[in-house]
Design a protein around this ligand. Structure first.
Ligand code: TTP
Ligand code: MG
Length: 575
């Protein structure tokens, strides 16, 4: 909790202002009962009307001032708390954007969303409350006690009984409530997880007739959340009434013993009235403190979750001194590259070496799970490798700026992901300044122009979230256009032709050949047809290099390649 408060730094001035304003306001409030005692003991007793009016007016002025200060304090506290929330959220976002995929997967998108919204809000709310109370409550408690004792020491003995009873009650209630807050937060997480899963997987849920099952699962989590919520609230609902009872009994005792003392001539009526008000202030400030006592652990749980994200130091960083990059083309070289996912026993990519030259196509083939995706993801440095080196134009990619490196790459992921927005906007994701003509050309090469033209709004057709109003092959072709419009030096196609029929696949590849010129093409595929005329084919098997060469060379002496060709030939014949 404390470490997250460093984000309050920009608000130092406002926080100091809050403290000063609260200080003045509380002192004014503490002053009021004293004035009232004077009105009674001096004004009323002596029947001094002008004195009563004068002091009464003075009381009014003090009260209005105190109210005005409270309003100001609340205003500043809200501003600081909201600003703080905004800063933390921005910081979270920036940090997450810099995560390598490894770190991203560790916490998971669902939790990252909850942490950036719900958890930050918890901290922000408590901060808001604390800013209002942190000076006020202790000051009022202390001031109240001092002033009450100075009014009447004997009567103050009542507090020796009342305060411990109150403290004990607060302690007992919060001891029961605090663990439940943690539980409530976990139940919220579970609720979010289930909701997210069933929303994303809604097609599968329906296809497998699991709607009822999902409903039950969600209902259960929902009910658990409700039950915990009710339990928390039941306990908390005891807090206020028990405080009130203690407070009222204290008042009865004060009036009772005060009356005896007045009767004996040891105390004045105004004094008793002031004493009563001080006792209220003391007890109220304790109640405020008790709320803080209960709320802080809740915020602490959230602060811990937020800090977990903030404290991850992205392990993929730009070098201190980036090497300057030269050359209009980019040659990609792997030298004994080994890579392992965090926590994985087996390396996903093991001891791979090859050279992909500009103007040539380097294809990667291998069965599913062979490590093709893992391999090509290393080129844009989504992950850092365990050993070996990846060189672009002879420079290790770890010695380049990530921005410079990625600028050179047009990456078409295996699973095309689009953004909500128009088709043109999605293609311009690749190059933000592309003209309409360039966008059209890219769509043309990607064999996407026909279906785009069929749409009423052409390239201005709106794509729903995640491209849900497009077919798999259409999405893939838009993703290809997005890479093409960039005119990068390195193209990476990860199984990008798999959703296309044979004819479109062939057309697309011949169009690409004309378009890509001197760029380096790295192309992952499952079909022999797609890789056949590549300049170099890399055969991957269980993460290891099983052979490298042209189609003819591999066909001659590479058993794994022969097997792949054989299996696809028989498949083709039987089809
Ligand atoms: P991939 O590299 O995804 O294998 P592939 O691309 O060759 O397979 P496909 O043809 O089906 O696309 O996976 C290799 C291994 O790495 C596999 O055991 C799963 C593992 N893996 C992870 O652990 N995390 C990841 O993010 C990915 C992509 C793979
Ligand atoms: Mg793959």
């Amino acid at each position: 909790m404390l470490s997250i408060l460093k984000y309050l730094k920009p608000y130092k001035l406002q926080v100091s202002l809050i403290i000063v304003l609260t200080l003045i306001g509380t002192l004014l409030e503490l002053y009021l009962p004293t004035l009232m005692a004077d009105v009674v003991d001096i004004g009323i007793v002596n029947n001094d009307i002008p004195y009563i009016l004068r002091t009464g007016l003075w009381m009014l002025v003090c009260a209005i001032f105190a109210i005005g200060l409270t309003v100001l304090v609340n205003f500043f506290a809200s501003r600081v708390a909201m600003g703080f929330g905004k800063d933390v959220r921005r910081k979270l976002f920036v940090n997450v954007e810099n995560f390598s995929l490894q770190e991203f997967e560790k916490i998971g998108p669902a939790s990252l969303i909850t942490r950036s919204t719900n958890d930050v809000k918890q901290i922000q709310d408590v901060l808001n409350m604390m800013l209002r109370m942190m000076t006020r409550a202790p000051l009022m408690l202390l001031g109240g006690i001092i002033l009450a004792v100075s009014r009447d020491q004997t009567l103050s003995l009542i507090f020796i009984v009342a305060l411990p009873v109150l403290a004990l009650t607060i302690y007992l209630i919060s001891r029961k409530a605090i663990p439940l807050f943690g539980e409530l937060q976990k139940k919220t997480d579970r609720l979010n997880l289930l909701l997210r899963e069933s929303l994303i997987g809604t097609r599968v849920v329906r296809a497998f007739n699991r709607v009822e099952f999902e409903k039950k699962r969600f209902n259960q989590a929902n009910e658990e959340f409700r039950d915990t919520g009710i339990r928390v609230n039941k306990i908390i609902s005891f807090l206020f009434p028990s405080m009130m009872i203690i407070m009222n009994f204290t008042n009865i005792a004060i009036v009772w013993f005060g009356a005896i003392r007045i009767d004996a001539g040891a105390m004045q009526v105004g004094n008793l009235m002031a004493f009563l008000q001080y006792s209220m202030m003391i007890l109220m400030s304790l109640i405020m403190l008790s709320f803080a006592f209960i709320m802080i652990p809740r915020a602490q749980a959230s602060a811990k979750r937020v800090n977990e994200v903030l404290l991850i130091d992205p392990d993929i960083k730009d070098p201190e001194q980036a090497k300057a990059e030269t050359g209009a083309h980019a040659e990609v070289e792997f030298k004994n590259v080994t890579f392992r996912y965090a926590g994985a026993e087996k390396a996903a990519v093991e001891d791979i070496s090859f050279l992909a030259k500009p103007g040539e196509t380097t294809a990667i083939i291998g069965s599913t799970g062979a490590g093709k995706t893992s391999l090509v993801q290393l080129i844009p440095r989504f992950y850092d490798i365990e050993s070996g080196s990846i060189l672009v134009n002879g420079i290790d990619i770890r010695e380049m700026k990530q921005h410079t490196l990625r600028e050179k790459i047009g990456y078409v992921p295996q699973k095309a992901s689009l953004f909500s927005g128009t088709i043109a906007e999605n293609v311009r994701f690749g190059a933000k300044d592309a003209t309409d003509q360039e966008v059209m050309d890219a769509l043309q090469t990607a064999q996407a122009i026909d279906f785009v033209n069929e749409k009423e709004d052409g390239i201005n057709t709106y794509i729903e979230q995640a491209g849900s109003n497009l077919s798999g092959g259409q999405k893939q072709r838009l993703a290809i256009a997005r890479a093409l419009v960039r005119k990068p030096e390195i193209y990476i196609f990860d199984d990008s032709f798999s959703a296309l029929d044979y004819k479109t696949d062939a057309k697309l590849r011949s169009a690409l050949k004309e378009e890509t010129g001197n760029s380096t093409i790295i192309l992952v595929a499952q079909r022999v047809n797609t890789v056949m005329d590549a300049d170099r084919i890399i055969v991957l098997n269980e993460g290891k290099l099983a052979g490298i060469g042209t189609h003819e060379e591999l066909l001659k002496d590479n058993t794994i390649y022969q097997e792949i060709v054989e299996s696809q030939r028989t498949e083709g014949e039987s089809a």
